[in-house]
Design a protein around this ligand. Structure first.
Ligand SMILES: [Zn+2]
Length: 54
């Protein structure tokens, strides 16, 4: 098991649902988004980047 210190997994980010297709097969683009209250994600299903606001 590898641990990436740049990605701190929390329950909040465990399964982010894609707003376009509803898939939870998404990944976080950056550990910290443009601001502290949002993060960038990328849906591997429909290949769409999206922001998630906290
Ligand atoms: Zn999607």
């Amino acid at each position: 098991m590898t641990t990436d210190p740049s990605t701190t997994t929390t329950a909040d980010d465990a399964a982010v649902q894609c707003p376009y297709c509803g898939s939870t097969d998404t990944k976080r683009e950056h550990p910290k988004g443009p601001s502290l209250c949002r993060s960038m994600h990328f849906c591997t299903d429909c290949q769409q980047p999206f922001e998630r606001f906290h």
